[in-house]
Ligand binder design. Structure first.
Ligand code: CMC
Length: 428
């Protein structure tokens, strides 16, 4: 007679345990009852959370084997084609697509929270001229918590709403100011007449013209890229957001931690690493030789492989199409031919087929960013801006989830057992 339980026999003691299965999972705390001595109790060992669900979530669904990504049930392909980043951000945060009135109100608030306190400019001015913009972003977004002490009221829905407006609205301003600092340009202030991505392009690239007019193709391409990057369930940076937020720190501090996690080359820094790799390969005819080295253990094929996707990343497919749009306006990126050849060879190669390694979101995004005119240092920053809506949605879901507690994993201690302190003259 089938039942929703798992029977475990502990062969050390011969005892049997029946553990409930809920939503296809057992609760790790149910393993604590399995013990040999009174003071032990079984834990599950899972470095890198390879098979541990840390939460229940209603935000993003991924089927890595089939290459499916949905926000609140809507396929990423439909959102990329029909929605806008701000509408998608609303969906991710509120669970439903907005009505016209809701979208207007949402857009109004996001548009009207983009200005930074002037002291943030002084803070940015203190950075070295060649400071990495992601380092500036991590520091300044964390610093915003000191400007908004009301953000500490994390269980007040009105305060959470205010910080959500501020964060989604100010991230592009922080990012653009970080960029202008790195190239020695005066800061360009937000323009409320422009769209979210149009205004971002304005703050980045405005020169002496009175009114900046964004190229509609680039504005649209960036908007679609922002949709694709808005959320991705429990990835490294979202886990950092939830983990830091679980101690009830304010959302600016938690977003700073999430952005710091995103900075690494295995996560948001991968598209930068892809461009460096393509440049290092140099030409199409050197691709086969490069792939051979990767297979021999010399480095990784950046922009390939994913913890969850064991199929073509659905975002990479859409990005490949956007690349075409951007290259029509800005000219073909010469690194594209190397990328296409790399993809072709890898997808036919047994090493990559066996390990289910396919291009991920970062494989082509860097080429687009480069063609739009972004320096490589800005790539992870361009990931952090749209991901802020996902981080905030995941943070709020965590705060309101009665099952959640401060994140605090267990460990398996392998260090020395009890020993006595040694005086200096007795040490070797
Ligand atoms: N090139 C060559 N071999 C690879 C690659 C790669 N990019 N990725 C994984 N492998 C191999 C790996 O060596 C291992 O082989 P073996 O079984 O012989 O030891 C096997 O595939 C499994 O790899 P893993 O490291 O256990 O897989 P993981 O789930 O821990 O790592 C990953 C996922 C994304 C960190 C990894 O695939 C990687 O380093 N990719 C390159 C960096 C990259 O493109 N990151 C962007 C990820 S998508 C955007 C984001 O989330 O930020």
């Amino acid at each position: 007679m089938p039942s929703d339980t798992l029977t475990i026999t502990d062969n050390r003691t011969g005892k049997q345990y029946e553990v409930p299965i809920r939503d296809g999972a057992i609760h790790a705390t149910d393993l604590r009852q399995i013990k040999v001595n009174e003071d032990d109790g079984m834990v599950s060992y899972d470095p890198g959370f390879m098979n541990t669900a840390s939460c229940q979530s209603k935000i993003t669904y991924i089927d890595g084997d089939k290459g499916i990504l949905r926000y609140r049930g809507y396929p990423i392909e439909q959102l990329a084609e029909k929605s806008t980043y701000l509408e998608t951000a609303y969906l991710i945060l509120h669970g439903e697509l907005p009505t016209k009135a809701q979208l207007d109100e949402w857009t109004y608030h996001i548009t009207h929270h983009s200005i930074l306190h002037e002291n943030i400019k002084k803070l940015i001015n203190g950075f070295h001229h060649d400071a990495h913009p992601m380092g500036i972003l991590v520091s300044t977004v964390g610093a915003l918590s000191t400007f908004y002490p009301d953000a500490k009221r994390i269980f007040d829905p009105a305060s959470r709403k205010a910080q959500t407006y501020r964060l989604i609205s100010k991230m592009p301003t922080l990012a653009a100011f970080a960029y202008r600092h790195s190239v020695g340009m005066p800061y360009a202030y937000p323009d409320n007449d422009l769209s979210y991505t149009g205004n971002f392009l304005n703050m980045l690239f405005k020169m002496t013209e009175l009114k900046y007019k964004p190229d509609p193709v680039l504005e649209k391409a960036l908007d679609v890229l922002f949709i694709l990057h808005a959320d991705h369930e429990q990835n490294c940076s979202t886990n950092a957001m939830r983990g830091v937020g679980s101690s009830h720190s304010d959302p600016y501090s938690a977003v700073a931690a999430a952005a710091a996690a995103l900075y690494g080359p295995l996560h948001g820094g991968a598209n930068e690493a892809v461009i460096r790799m393509l440049k290092q390969i140099g030409s199409k005819d050197k691709v086969a030789e490069f792939v051979k080295k990767v297979k021999g253990g010399e480095g990784r094929l950046m922009g390939f492989g994913h913890r969850v996707y064991k199929n073509y990343d659905p975002r990479a497919k859409i990005i490949k199409q956007i690349a075409g749009m951007v290259f029509q306006v800005k000219g073909r990126n010469p690194l594209l031919d190397i990328a296409l050849e790399l993809e072709r060879i890898a997808l036919e190669d047994d090493y990559f087929i066996k390990r289910k390694l396919y291009p991920n979101v970062d494989f082509y995004s860097g080429l687009i960013y480069q063609s739009i005119g972004f320096p490589m240092d800005m790539f992870p920053v361009l990931f952090a801006i749209p991901r802020t809506s996902g981080w905030m949605a995941q943070w709020e879901e965590m705060l309101l989830d009665a099952d959640q507690k401060i994140a605090r994993p267990r460990q398996i201690y392998k260090g020395p057992q009890l020993r006595d302190y040694l005086a200096m003259d007795q040490r070797k």
